[in-house]
Design a protein around this ligand. Structure first.
Ligand code: NOJ
Ligand code: CA
Length: 573
């Protein structure tokens, strides 16, 4: 079969800015479905579940690395960038996945760890054995480990230095993550060409973009912090222009766990673009903070500090992913509070974060799960769901590191939760069998059979969001409230963003984090004083704001409203 780009991209709706309206779903090949009974999820397994993902309303998949790898860091330790790990399948399987996803108008974004490789990669093996050979300068070597001591250690639980000694080359090599993951040397132009070739290889197969792993760390210098150094941005600008020239329409997503203004730099400017999207790290822990403190202020502040981002770019918002719930972007006081609420058992912590899944974090509270999902789907940017969270899957803190929340997807109450028909002992990780989250009740089949399940609820909300593109592309305005437990904002669709057949729309989103019912008075800015207010999940009519723009609402505990504002007075609109 001919899998050249035109074939692989057949089926995709033409929309160069598709990522601004898309619902993303992160799924690890290893964890989703096993078709050859070896206990390890594989690409054919993922293909077999595309219908489910389409039903759920997913527009794009984000696949963490599936390259050949010793899997000592979930595949982020790449041993060969041009191959698929044999347990996961073959290049042909991957091409089939791309074609089958595209046939459903679903995009595929794959991870590209640019910063480092596995120490098993042949570049590293040759670098350490032949310093004057072609790969001698591919990594960051030094005779001493006394330099760059000020560069912070990210994996603080396992590493005590960013340097490791190689007994073969008798030099130290630099590593920002595990010591088996040497950092590539971006001062060497040969490394750039390798990365362009790797990107070309996968883009040629039709992939729709890359999540750029650990992007702030590409360059380090003796004086700098090793994060967001100017040359890293220079590299990204060149990488983007290569993409735009050779593969227009494909996207780059920055994984930069930094403060908003620093993260926004990864989007570049209109004239000198870098990535199309960047994950919004600071907003996520503030959602968890609001749920327990019942205080909306920290979330509201981060929303109000709108960082202007270039036209055509977008944030990626998320509640959980394959990593720990990182607490780097909060104050020390907030961090301690979050640990106290969500990681009361020391086993729940790793590095600067919490290694638990969404439903256990929220104590399986249906209200909190709904509130968190409603926020996820209405904040500015595109939402990234993490596989299994749509069914409120549990975790296993008795497993090591972040494997706690990477266990097999739970499809049914059958053996191995329907993930695999291998002998249970053979699975890459055991299925969750905890009391509250046992796979016999937490699984897709059971939830499909029950109309009121979380799965149906999440699916309905995803579809509702997709009917209102303002959630993807409309700017946000914070609305002031007189109740400290309430956060409210307006999403407003500018006419220029409307596609043919769409009309501008204004939505008011209101969230109460209080654990009791409450009443709130919102003060709507003049331009949003509508005379028709309608709740959009059921179409119910709500009171309109008074002449001064005050709108009084009552909310049940931990609840939300999505209200459409219509009939905004022409004179003030
Ligand atoms: C970020 C990835 O999300 C994480 O899983 C990984 O451990 C580090 N990068 C290092 O590769
Ligand atoms: Ca398998």
């Amino acid at each position: 079969m001919d899998f050249a780009p035109p074939y692989a991209r057949r089926g995709l709706e033409h929309d160069p800015q598709w990522y601004r309206r898309a619902v993303f779903y992160e799924v690890m090949v290893r964890s989703f479905a096993d078709t050859n009974s070896d206990g390890i999820g594989d690409i054919p397994g993922l293909i077999s579940k595309l219908d489910y993902l389409e039903w759920l309303g997913v527009d794009a998949l984000w696949l963490p690395p599936f390259y050949s790898s010793p899997l000592l860091d979930g595949g982020y330790d790449v041993a060969n960038f041009m191959t698929v790990l044999p347990e996961f399948g073959t290049i042909d399987d991957f091409q089939e996945l791309v074609s089958q996803a595209h046939a459903r108008n679903m995009r595929i974004v794959m991870d590209l760890p640019l910063n480092h490789t596995s120490d098993q990669h042949h570049w590293f093996q040759e670098s350490r054995t032949n310093p004057s050979g072609p790969y001698g300068d591919y990594y960051v070597w030094s005779d001493t480990d006394e330099i760059r001591q000020h560069i912070r250690i990210i994996f603080s639980d396992t590493e005590d230095s960013n340097w490791a000694f190689d007994s073969e080359r008798r030099q130290f090599y630099f590593h920002r993550f595990f010591s088996h993951q040497p950092d590539l040397n971006y001062h060497n132009p040969a490394v750039h060409s390798e990365m362009h070739d790797i990107a070309r290889f996968w883009l040629g197969m039709g992939v729709d973009g890359f999540r750029l792993d650990a992007i702030p760390y590409l360059y380090e210098s003796d004086e700098g912090t090793g994060e967001s150094e100017p040359e890293t941005h220079e590299f990204l600008r060149t990488f983007r222009s290569f993409l735009d020239t050779e593969f227009p329409g494909r996207v780059l997503i920055a994984e930069a766990n930094q403060w908003p203004s620093e993260t926004a730099e990864y989007l570049g400017t209109e004239e000198t673009p870098e990535c199309h999207m960047a994950f919004d790290f600071p907003i996520m822990p503030r959602i968890f903070y609001a749920l327990r403190s019942q205080q909306a202020e920290p979330l509201q502040m981060v929303l109000a500090e709108t960082v202007d981002i270039p036209p055509g770019t977008a944030w990626g918002v998320f509640l959980r992913n394959h990593d720990e719930l990182t607490l780097e972007m909060v104050s020390e006081e907030e961090r301690q509070a979050l640990y106290g609420w969500y990681a009361y058992d020391p086993r729940m912590r790793v590095n600067v974060g919490i290694r638990r899944r969404l439903a256990p974090l929220l104590d399986n509270s249906r209200q909190e799960l709904q509130l968190a999902h409603a926020l996820l789907l209405s904040l500015p940017g595109s939402p990234f769901l993490y596989y299994g969270d749509e069914i409120g899957m549990g975790d296993n803190i008795w497993l090591e590191d972040r494997d706690s929340s990477r266990t097999p997807m739970q499809w049914s109450p059958d053996r191995n939760a329907g993930f695999s028909d291998a002998d249970p002992g053979k699975l890459y990780l055991p299925v969750v069998q905890s009391l509250a989250f046992h796979y016999s009740s937490s699984n897709v089949e059971t939830q499909l059979a029950q109309g009121t399940s979380l799965l149906h609820w999440v699916r309905n909300l995803i579809h509702l969001r997709k009917e209102h593109p303002v959630f993807g592309v409309g700017p946000l305005t914070v609305v002031s409230s007189d109740n400290p437990s309430v956060v409210a904002f307006v999403r407003d669709m500018p006419i220029e963003e409307c596609k043919p057949g769409e009309s501008p729309e204004t939505l008011l989103c209101v969230y109460s984090f209080a654990h009791q019912p409450l009443s709130v008075t919102l003060s709507l800015p003049e331009s949003f004083r509508a005379n028709r207010v309608t709740e959009i999940t059921g179409g119910g009519r709500f009171p309109s704001p008074n002449e001064q723009g005050q709108l009084v609402l009552t909310l049940p505990p931990q609840s939300f409203y999505w209200l459409s504002l219509a009939g905004i007075k022409a004179s003030v609109a």
